[in-house]
Design a protein around this ligand. Sequence first.
Ligand code: URA
Length: 441
Amino acid sequence: MEFQEVIAHRRDGVGNSQEELEMVAHAAADVARSVPNAPVRDYHLSAWLMAAYLRPLGPEETAWLTVAMADSGERLDLTGLPKPWTDKHSTGGVGDKTSIILLPLLASCGMTIVKMSGRGLGITGGTVDKLESVPGFRMDLTPPELKAQAAKIGLAVTGQTANLVPADKALYALRDVTATVDSVPLIVSSILSKKLAGGAERVILDVKCGSGGFMDDLGKATVLARSLIETGERIGLPVFVSITDMSQPLGRCVGNLLEVKEAAEVLKGAPGRLTELCVRLAGHALVASGLSASEDDGFVRARHALNSGQALGRAEEWFAAQGSTVDVFGHPEKLPVAPVSLLVASPFGPGFVEKVDARVVGQVVLGLGGGREKTSDTIDPTVGVECLKAVGDEVGADEDLFVVHAASDAAAEEAAKHLVEAVKVAKKPAEPIPLVFKTLP
Ligand code: URA
């Protein structure tokens, strides 16, 4: 069959067969590997993506595409590692450093976690960039290295290798430049193909909802969550979803090394909204993995892992195993810092913070060089923003709202100008925003 027919079937609403979707995944893997003289080119795939955006894949088609994408490269086989094998994934958000806290926490509670993480794109950060910003930290572990480390400490994390779901590498890059990113079936197949290839028995998914994430309202986030669960059922990979708030930055810091330091503080026992979210997500993961009988039991166990230093101990082993040359937990002051820091005072009168728009803060950090607009951009790991006030906090006239960490005075001044646009101050305290909107199924 010619690929033009695959495109025409999608365009005309006929739909695509399993065989046709296998052709899509195969062709995308060839594009990712730059196979010379491949019969299907990136322009064919771009046309198919736009047709798939306008005529979305149905549930069966989404499952077929997901499996075909997972099979476009190598699949990890975790046989021999202690069970349960659980993977954790977030759809990404501004200041989302939960993986750095949750992974050692869950490993310290008895799970085996082998995780493939992604890089940041646009305003949402990526775990690969955050961890790679730690001097020496390796995010290029090979499958045998991943398995050997997970056998020792229950936890190993790597970036996407060239041979893991190559089809997603090409499709994701093409979606990014063809205005076809925000299609639920394409998002679902992209996420779950990587989870399937990663070898876990189940996935705990944090679907971020709000201006700083992919889905900016609860309705859309719920549609995505349901599709992830249904596709998981069809491909034999149980998926558990929490839909969590991303309307304001998560925690105090946004920016790669600043976030690593903040995650270390939480592992050392710092309280706050980020800590509470990690306890909630960990509690759900413990129940889903069969390690806790009830949510309450899961929350108690997760909190104990944090308060007793058990999660911290595992995190120290993890960072050392992956090559960190700085003692991030004992001596965070040894991590590199940006040359300029600037306090940003409130231009508003006294009152209560009603809004800190995650999207605006994310864009400011992108502008400082802390994120990338194109996959080829390099990032500055030291820059970012500390948010000194969160929604609900009281703020005095002239009180500081942010600290900007920048590469130059000019960049810091520019960031400060935009940051105040993220904030609204009201006379009365705002209703608190829930941490977790829903858990599914
Ligand atoms: N994360 C992914 O891995 N893929 C998407 O399409 C969206 C978020």
